[in-house]
Design a protein around this ligand. Sequence first.
Ligand code: FAD
Ligand code: FES
Ligand code: FES
Length: 1280
Amino acid sequence: MDPPGDELIFFVNGKRILERNAEPEMTLLTYLRRKLGLTGTKLGCAEGGCGACTVMVSKFHRHHNRLVHHAVNACLAPLCSLHHCAVTTVEGIGSIASKLHPVQERIAKAHGSQCGFCTPGIVMSMYSLLRNNPQPTMPDVEEAFQGNLCRCTGYRPILEGYKTFTKEGGCCGGRGKANGCCMTNGNATNPDFTNGHKEDHINGNSTMSDQPLYDPSEFMPLDPTQEVIFPPELMSMSKEPLGEVRFRGERLLWIQPSSLTELLDLKACYPDAKLVVGNTEVGIEMKFKNLLYPVILAPAYIPQLNSIQHTKDGIVFGASCTLTVMGDVLRTAVATLPPHQTELFKAILEQLRWFAGLQIRNVAAVGGNIMTASPISDLNPVFMAAACRLTLASKGGTRVVEMDGQFFPGYRKTILKPEEILLSVEIPYTKKGQYFSAFKQSPRREDDISIVTCGMNVLFEEGSNVVKDLQLSYGGMAPTTVLASGTSKKLLGRPWNESLLEDACVSLAEEMTLAPSVPGGMVTYRRTLTISLFFKFYLTVQHKLAQDGVNVEDVRPDYSSATEIFHAETPSSVQLYQAVPPGQNTDDVVGRPIMHLSALKQATGEAIYCDDIPCYENELHLALVTSAKAYARIKSIDTAEASAVPGFVTFVSFKDIRGSNMTGPAVYDETVLAEDTVTCVGHIVGAVVADTQAHAQRAAKAVKISYEEMKPVVTIQDAIESQSFYQPVRTIKKGDVAQGFKESDHILQGEIHIGGQEHFYLETNCTLAVPRGEDGEMELFASTQSASKTQALVAKAMGVPANRVVCRVKRMGGGFGGKESRSTVLSTVVAVAAQKVKRPVRCMLDRDEDMLVTGGRHPFFGRYKVGYMNSGKVKAVEVTFYSNAGNSMDLSLSIMERALFHMENSYNIPHMCGTGYLCKTNLPSNTAFRGFGGPQGMMVAESWMSDVALACGVPSEEVRRLNLYKQGDLTPFNQCLQQFTIDRCWQECLEFSNYHQRKAAVDEFNRQHRWTKRGICMIPTKFGISFTAVFLNQAGALVHIYTDGSVLLTHGGTEMGQGLHTKMVQVASRTLGIPSSKIHITETSTNTVPNTSPTAASASSDLNGMAVYNACSTLLQRLEPYKVKNPTGSWEDWVRAAYFDRVNLSANGFYKTPDLGYDFDTNSGRPFNYFSYGVACSEVEIDCLTGSHKNVHTSIVMDVGKSLNPALDIGQVEGAFMQGVGLFTLEELRYSPQGYLFTRGPGMYKIPAFGDIPTELKVSLLRDAPNERAIFSSKVGEVE
Ligand SMILES: Cc1cc2nc3c(=O)[nH]c(=O)nc-3n(C[C@H](O)[C@H](O)[C@H](O)COP(=O)(O)OP(=O)(O)OC[C@H]3O[C@@H](n4cnc5c(N)ncnc54)[C@H](O)[C@@H]3O)c2cc1C
Ligand code: FES
Ligand code: FES
C-alpha cells in the first residue's frame, strides 16, 4: 500500500489550514469555494484568462530573502503548491459587516461594478498592487489589470475609481477629509491634469449637473499599516530547512523535492514526470487536453533553480525564476548598465510587457516557457536570436547548449533527454554595435497569444553599418521557433541600406512560407508580418545607428512612427448628465446617480450567485455529454468506462425524461437530450451525475459515442447553396423600390458579412435543482434572464404542471441576451437529472462548454442595392439579410424581424424593401444578444451609406446628415417618429467631439505619417423599444409592506448587472415617498410574480417600473386615510395604523404597454412604444504595417429620456459601446469546416480588455428630453 501523503500547511485570510488529504489535482479555487466555503473568489474560465479567480498569495522567498505578495489565478494554482504560503481572498480584506477595504469601497462607489462577477478578482489585483506599492502610478494600475476581464462596465469607471490611489490621481481620495476632498477644497495635488476626477468635478460645476457621478471625498483613506500581516508561524518556518514533501491523490503523486540532488534522482526514477512551477501550461493540458501526468515534481523551492547570477557575460537565471522576477532583475540592469549592454534585456522586457497578464507572469517560470517549446512562445525567439546558453542537468552531470535552430527538433519537443532538466538560462549582455528588437503581434495587445512573434539581433563591424552577424528568429511561422538562417546568411557583410532591405524582404518571403492548411490560418497575414516586422527592425536599427554616430541617414520623419514602441496613454473621460431639478426631496433618489444597490456586496465577495449557494448535504454534480459531430446519427452510447469512475451515480439520457423531450423558447423544435440524431457539435446527448464536479466531468469525458456522420451545413453560404432555411421569410416594404431606382442618378450594389459574437458573461450558465420530495415539486436556482420560461420548460420536461416548479434568480453575473433562452438547455437537463436521482443536482458549465453549447449572436450576411442622387441623397434600397440561425429556431425569427426594423438605421429612405432569411445550419442555435439583430441590420445600412458617400465623393458625415430622419417622418414599417431627438444628438455630438477640428487634425496626421493612419467617423442610431412579440410587453410586481414599515419588493425582471433592481427600488421609493433604505428586493421568483417576460429588449425597467408603480400606488391609496388622519405621523405610524385597521398591506401591480401591434402582411400597426436615439463619433489609429489599432477618441451622445439613474445609464452606454468595439474589431468565432468551434475560452476568444478602451471617452446623456411613454419620463431602462 502507498504511504499516506504529507500534511499541507498554509494560511487563508490569517487562518491556519492543515490539510491531511491534499489532492494534487485540486486547484486552490476549488478548495476555497468547495472546502472552505469562501465563494467570493469566482470561476470565470479555469484557464488563467479572465482574472475572476484572482487572490493574493504571500510567501517568504527564501532565495531572495524577502516577503513577496503576488496576485495569482486561483484557478490554475495547484492546492499542493501552497505549502507554507498565505492566501488572501476578497473576504479577507474587508466586508460590509466588519469594515470595507478602500479598494472594495472605491470600485463600488465609482460605479465600477455592474454584475459584479469580475469585481472580486479586480479588487484582489488592485489590492495586491497596493500591498507591494501603496502609491502606484497609472501604468502600474494598468499593468495590474492586464489579466482581468470585465464584460459589463467598459472598464472606464474601474480605472477612474482606482486612479484615486495613484500618484497622478490628482485626488486625495478623501485623505484630506477634515476639510473635504482636495478637488473641492482647492488642494488638488496636480491642478493641471485633465482627466478622471477633474472632469467629474467639472461636470459638477457645469450647468449640466450639480453632482459628480460620485464623490471621492467620501472615500476612506488607504492605511497600509492596517493590512493583514504575514503569519509569524510561516515566517519562522521559512527559516527552517525544507524537507521533501509528497501529496498523493486519486490519480497523481505530487513531490516537492528539497534539493537539486533529490530532484535529479527523482527525474531519473520518473523520467516522464512533469516539472510544475507555475502550472500555467501543465494545468491547461490536464484540464482542457485531457492529459494525465501521474507524477508531478515541484521544483519551486530548489535554490539552484531560483538563483540569479550576474556573470561577466550576462545574467544567469535559474529555470524556476518567474517572469516577474526576471522582469524586475532585467529592469534594474537596464537602469544601471550602459545602454549598449542591455539591448537584449530591453527586448525581453518588451516581450514581457505583452506576455499574458500579471497573475500569470507572477507564477510562470522562464524554464516553463522554454520547455513547453510552444511554436508561439514569446521568449524563445528572443532567446534563440541571442543564442542564449542553457545549462541542462541530470543525475549524470550537467551540459551547456546554445538555443539554436536545433534546440527544438519538432512540435513541442526539445533536445533534452527524459531524465534531464533545464537548470538555468544565461541572457548575455549585448556589445557596442549590436542592436536587438523583439516584436509580438496578436489580435489583442494585452494578454493574448501571438500570431507572429520574433527576436531580431544584428551586430555591425565596429563603427560601421556593415553587418557582421544577424539572427532573425520567428515564432508562429512553423511547428517550432525557427531561425531565418538563409536570409541572415545572404545579408552578412552588406551595408544596412535600402538594397539590403529589399533583398531581405524578398528572401524572407521565400524562406518564411506556410502551407495553406496550416493550423492558425491567416497565412497571408502571417507571411506579411514576417516582412513588416523586419521592416520595423530595419528602421529602428537605422535610427539607432544614426544616433550612435555611424554615418547613415536617419529615418525620415514621416517614417519614424514605425520605429516607436507602443505606449498607452492614460485614458481620460467625461460624463455629462442632467441634474435633478433644484428642490427635489433628498429622499427622492429618482434621477440621481446612486450606486448599484449590490455594488458593495459584489466588491466584498458577499453577493451570492447561483454557484455560491452552499452545497446541500446530499447534493450531486452534473456534467454534460455533448456531440463531437455536427450532423450525425448516434449509433451507440457506451457508458461502461464512465460508470467505473469513482463517485459515478448515473448517466441521464432522453429515456429518463418523464415529460416531453421537445423544447424551445418559441417553437418546440429541439431536444432536451438528443435521441437518435445530433445536429450540431455541442448538442447535448446526455449527462453524468456524480458525487463531485471533478468526478462528473471525468466520467462525462469517458462516455463513448459512436456516430454515423452526415454532411453538415455550417455557413450561411452552405445554407444558401442548399436552400436550408427556416420559415417564414420576412419582408418589409415601403414605397416603390423599382421606381426609386429609376429616379436615382446612380445605383450601387454591395455585400457585407458580420461575424457572430460570444456573450462571454463572466458567470457561465448555472443551475441547482432541488427536488422537494412531494407532489413532483422542484425548486430551481438558475442563472437565467427568463425565470418563467425556465419554469415552463422544466415542468414540460419533467411532465408536471408548472405549479410544481419554482424558479428563483438572485442575480446573474452578466446575461446580454445569452441567458434569455439558452440558459434553459442546461436547466432542463439538471432538473431531469434531479428528478431521476431524487437528490439536489448542480451544474455550472465550464467556460469551454458554455461557449460550445449555448450559441451567440447571429452571424449575418447582407446584400444590398442602393439608388442615390449625385448629392448623396438615397432614394431606394433593396436589402436581403441572411442570418445563421443554427440548429433550432430559438429566437431567430424575432431577431431577424428586428434586423428588418432597423434596416434603414436612422435614415429616411423613400423606397425600401428588406427581406430576411433564417439559415438552418448545424451550428449550436444562435440566440439573443444585446441589440437583438438591430446592430446587424444597422451595420448593413452603414455599409451602404459609406459606399454612397465614397461613390459621391461627399464627406461621410454630410451624406449621413443629408439622409437623417426628421420629426414626423415615417419608417419603412410606417411608424411615425415622434419626440424625435436624433438631430439634437447629432448636433451635440459634432460639438462634443470637436468633430471638425478633429477631422482636420486627422488629415494633418495622415499627411505626416506614412505608416500609421487615423480615421474618424460619426454614426447615428435609432433603436425601437418594445418586444417585437406583442404579448411579451407585460410585467407584474408584488409589494409587501411589513408592520415595521419595511417594504419587500418583487417584480418580474431579473438582475444581471444592469441595475434593474436599483432602478425599481428608486421607482418604489419615489412612489411610496419613503427612503430607498426601507425597500428590499430579495430575488426574482416565479411563485411571487408569475408569467414574467424575459428581462430583455431594453424594456424591463419600463415594464416592471410601471408595474411597481401601480402596485405602490395601490398601497399608497390604502394608506391615504391614515396619512390624512395623522398628517404629522411617520411612515411607520401610518403602516401600523393601517395594519391594526386590517388593511391589506400587500398589492400586486400589472402593466402592459398600450397601442402596440404590428402586422407584417399589411405593414401596419406600431411595433415599438418609442425609439431611443444616439450618435457617436470615434477616431482610431491604425498601424499599416501590422494592422494593430487603437481607439484614440470616442464621444457618445445618448437620449435616455429623463434618466432614472445617470450612473447606471452611463454604465450601460459605456459597457455596450465596448461590447460593440469587441464585436466589430476584435471578437471572432472560428469554426472548422465541420462545424467545430475552435474559440472556446479567453485564450482563443478575445473580448476587449482594459487596454482597449478609447484614450479619451466622453459620454453625454441628452438633456431636456423627457419621454412621455415610460416611467417617470425615462427611456431605455437598460441595454441588455
Ligand atoms: C492565460 C495564459 C496566458 C499565456 N500567455 C503567454 C504569452 O503571452 N506568451 C507565451 O509565450 N506563453 C504564454 N503562456 C504560456 C505559459 O504561461 C508559459 O509557457 C509559462 O512560461 C510556463 O511556465 P510555468 O512555470 O507555468 O510552466 P509549467 O506549466 O509549470 O510547466 C510547463 C512545462 O515546462 C516543463 N518544465 C518546467 N520547468 C522545467 C525545468 N526546469 N526543466 C525541464 N522542464 C521543465 C514542465 O515539465 C512542463 O512540461 C500563457 C499561458 C496562460 C495560461
Ligand atoms: S477563472 Fe481563473 S482566470 Fe478565469
Ligand atoms: S461587472 Fe465586470 S463582468 Fe460584470
